[in-house]
Write a protein that binds this ligand. Sequence first.
Ligand code: TRP
Ligand code: ZN
Length: 471
Amino acid sequence: MYANGDAPRRRHRTGAASGLLALALLAGGCTAAGGGVEGAPGAAGLRDPYFPKLGNGGYDVRHYALSLAYDPGTGRLDGTAEITARADQDLSAFNLDLAGLRVSGATVDGVRAAYNRAGNELTLRPREDIRDGAEFTVTVTYTGVPEPITDADGSEEGWLRTAGGAVAVGEPEGSMTWFPGNHHPADKATYDLTLTVPAGLEGLSNGVRTERRTERDGRVTTVWHTAEPMASYLATVAIGRYETASATGPASLPVLTAAEPSVAAGSAALRGEIPAILARQAERFGPYPFSAAGAIVTVDGTLGYALETQTRPVFPAASFDRTTLVHELAHQWFGNSVTPATWRDLWLNEGFATYAEWLYSEEYEGVPARTHFERAFAQDANWTFPPAAPPAAENLFDPPVYQRGAMVLHKLRETVGDAAFDEILRGWPAKYRHANASTDDFTAYAESVAGKDLDALWKVWLYGDDRPSAP
Ligand code: TRP
Ligand code: ZN
């Protein structure tokens, strides 16, 4: 066993003492004609400040084609992941993130590849090196009963079993419990997901449902297409006795909502508000960034929080209220289209989604954003750390990321004025549409709109430890 898939080859590369002839033969067998440069293993992690081993170096995923079959009775998941990627270095080996499950086979460009497991790293060693710039396809077949991850803050994520089904959520790292991939938000890709579930159940995922068929054995297969880039933490699957409803949003957007039977009637009216909420948000934040929308409402007891899964956020019934819905829909612009460069930049998601709640309340409930700001300012729980610098992974979803994140935006609004602030609300998601952005990208962008340096603002509200004397 070896951690990074590099040991056998490195031994040859550095083993000059074993003879020049052997080295030459080995090199000749491993590199393209005329090359002579031997690939190196891709990094086992992207050095995220909170999750250093999350994601992998050496390649960039373009597309995931996942085929999943799930049996709620046994909890067993059978999967095939076909991953199309582009190498960004000469690669002798590379990693995918995968937690638990059993891998039964792997190929690279159709040729069987060696693979090893160590922790949450699946290392693949293709027969031939992959050249920098080459596009390649990896296929991994796997099976097992997925195990959820308990985060540092105690919350559960990943593949969660429900009574009679499952719901999968992946923020920040749970998606590795149900498919192998490059599970850092910096590597976004498009997806096709084929889901097979027992007769009588509904399978749901992100994007547009392009197919629904009954297998010869009675199981039901649906195919889900995500055309726009998606960070893997935003991928979802929900399996159960869901009832679905279709509607049309702004610009003919297909809106598909689903709810488990016991919460279907009670959630129907609010699910029906999604087109109108999106229409208003599109006026403020610019065109809705995806080609599908919706929501999935699950019974309480499994999922402990709502999540902005791309195009189709998921909610435990107890969290399916208007404020949370506004929050998760705003994430489609802030977080899902403009995605944090690292997990340290999470306030760019949560600060904007929280500010979207304040804007909604200001407009429809007559509570000025300034009042929300002052309420947040008064709460001690919001002052435990600055929003742009959570001390540890267990603090990522703590109040300062949400509330101080929103407070930064309100201070920005008061500093630059409503017109420039409105321009920022539309311009920021336009500039980084379907891309990644960091806190530095944001401060630079805001300053470019403001036409001046805003250092004093960032120093106190974004990076400052202490509560200022006045709001
Ligand atoms: N990001 C989610 C939201 O704000 C919530 C969330 C995800 C969360 N993971 C969490 C909240 C863990 C608490 C703990 O919409
Ligand atoms: Zn949020």
